[in-house]
Design a protein around this ligand. Structure first.
Ligand code: MRU
Length: 353
């Protein structure tokens, strides 16, 4: 059964609260766009594709609840709502992609002669639900495209959580693993715990156990020695933004894993939907990296770990240069180096279709 990460309801957007997993499976209802924004910022919902669809639902919710009674006033409200949602998390490009897709539709509908506010509202809700369905379909397609790249048997390392919980269902990196298992591959997964927010230890472990896929959690600093011991046959991760040259922004620590994989001759795969590829960003150097609150590093489970007043760094993402990436698995095709060319060609095909 698919894990219900997020869901549009008549009352608002329902989220499985990922800050409470794995100990408690609690659902929270965001009944306003501000509450959706808050759920994204506080990581009740997280993972690039899930953030994007949540933002689209937040836009639909905000526009539905707007007291505006002219299209002009509704346009002003749309801008205000979009601004609040866009200010939640800067790195995952899916957030901006989703808001932009809603804006294009809104502007198109509002410009039609005789357009009604009711029609616009319904169309935005429909679009957000469509994006939800498309996201699951994209994950399934990534799974089908990437399954053959996974070893027939052996262990695969993943970092952070790029699973059903990070998407509307099935997952990107974990979707490829799921598809490989469905095709008969005998896989075991090593899940990096992923300090400081522990998406690997808490979320990847929880969702793979939910599916009965054998999983071992390791601390982030253990991957090197496991690789050296020959225990890892492939690495697969998700992405928050992929630049036009194939540089990949993903959860902090991914870069180190990629360098280690190259050193040990282990393939390093990235699975991401096309909406994560940002052709307007030339290289990883221009990707904005979110700095999260220091308390995520200084405390764990309410307990202080570090001395008062010590300096704290908490960049939430890093950039893996394209040269470390073996292939990028998308829902359309598997992209290979040189990524500047393969991304450009795939983009041109998409524009034609
Ligand atoms: O800070 P998070 O938990 O939102 O970061 C998530 C990741 O880095 C994922 O790997 C990425 O968003 C891809 S999810 C399919």
């Amino acid at each position: 059964m698919m894990i219900p990460t997020l869901e549009w309801t008549r009352e608002g957007v329902r989220f499985l609260d990922q800050t409470r997993l794995p100990l408690e499976e609690i659902y929270v209802l965001a009944t306003s766009y501000q509450q959706v924004a808050d759920a994204i910022t506080t990581m009740v919902v997280r993972g690039a594709p899930a953030i994007g669809v949540s933002a689209a639902m937040g836009v639909a919710l905000g526009v539905s609840q707007s007291p505006a009674n002219t299209l002009h006033a509704l346009t002003e409200d749309f801008d205000r709502i979009a601004k609040v949602l866009a200010a939640t998390r800067p790195t995952a490009v899916n957030l901006f992609w989703a808001i932009e897709r809603m804006r294009v539709l809104f502007n198109d509908l509002a410009a039609r002669p005789g357009a009604s506010i009711v029609e616009v509202r319904l169309a935005l809700i429909h679009e957000a639900q469509q994006m939800y369905d498309e996201d699951i379909a994209a994950c399934k397609a990534m799974g089908a495209n990437g399954a053959g790249l996974m070893p027939r048997s052996g262990s695969v390392l993943t970092h952070c959580n790029a699973g059903a919980l990070a998407t509307c269902g099935y997952g990107t990196a974990l979707g490829v693993i799921r598809a490989a298992v469905e095709h008969g591959h005998i896989l075991h997964v090593y899940a990096d715990e992923t300090r400081p927010f522990l998406q690997g230890a808490r979320l990847t472990a929880w969702e793979l156990m939910h599916d009965g896929i054998p999983t071992t959690v390791l601390c982030d600093n253990m991957a090197a020695s496991l690789m050296r011991a020959g225990k890892i046959q492939a690495v697969i991760v998700g992405a928050d933004r992929i630049a036009a040259n194939g540089d990949v922004a993903n959860k902090i620590g991914t870069y180190g894993v990629a360098v280690l994989a190259k050193e040990h001759g282990i393939p390093f795969y990235v699975a991401a939907p096309w909406s994560t590829i940002d052709v307007a960003t030339p290289t990883g150097d221009s990707i904005p990296i979110e700095e999260r609150p220091a308390v995520e590093v200084t405390h764990h489970g309410g307990k202080q770990l570090t001395p008062d007043g010590v300096g704290i760094a908490n960049p939430a993402f890093d950039v893996t240069p394209a040269k470390y990436v073996t292939a990028i698995i998308t829902e359309r095709e598997v992209l290979r180096a040189p990524f500047s060319e393969s991304i450009q060609n795939a983009g041109a095909m998409l524009a034609k279709s």
